[in-house]
Design a protein around this ligand. Structure first.
Ligand code: T46
Length: 140
């Protein structure tokens, strides 16, 4: 999980930000979706993905992300359309504090597969623990 600052191209007409595969976007884009009209007192997400990388950007308005890889928990405020947030696999995410005008654009490395979602926090914590143990064993 990391933030990336895009380079807006501006002239007297206004602004443009371009995002390309393997350049600003660190993977091949397979899917695009956008989230809008979220009420400010609702939290979205509350899940992790087994094998998916995404880049999220608030192209209008703002929202906050809480990302937690089972060891480190961080909060991000996506409050400008030049700020992208890269979210790798095995990261618990929650999005909240959506402004009324928020349009959250998400670029994804894979098609939509419901079985890729882990929506149970206990299951996620167990998997993180076993992956950490396996890594530790392999490094011996
Ligand atoms: C994520 C965060 C940032 C589809 O049919 N196709 C899609 O590509 C997606 C993303 C969702 N859906 C359906 C599944 C649900 O019936 O749209 C409905 C809402 O999806 P969900 O409740 O998963 O939305 P969020 O905002 O909780 O999470 C979404 C993404 O699903 C998730 O991958 O990382 O945004």
């Amino acid at each position: 999980m990391d933030t990336v600052e895009f380079d807006p191209k501006g002239d007297e007409r206004g602004w443009l930000i371009a995002l390309e595969n393997l350049k600003e976007v660190p993977f091949e884009i397979r899917r695009v979706y956008y989230i809008f009209g979220t009420k400010s007192d609702f939290r979205r997400g509350k899940h992790a993905h087994r094998d998916l990388t995404q880049l999220a950007v608030c192209v209008a308005g703002s929202c906050r992300f809480m990302l937690d890889d089972g060891k480190v928990r961080r909060e991000y405020h996506l409050n400008r359309n030049s700020l992208g947030l890269v979210i790798g696999p095995m990261v618990w995410r929650e999005m909240y504090d959506f402004s009324q005008d928020c349009v959250l654009l998400v670029l994804a490395s894979k098609s939509y597969i419901e079985s890729d979602y882990m929506r149970d926090r206990t299951e996620f914590d167990k998997l993180v623990q076993s992956l950490t143990l396996n890594k530790h064993e392999a490094s011996k």
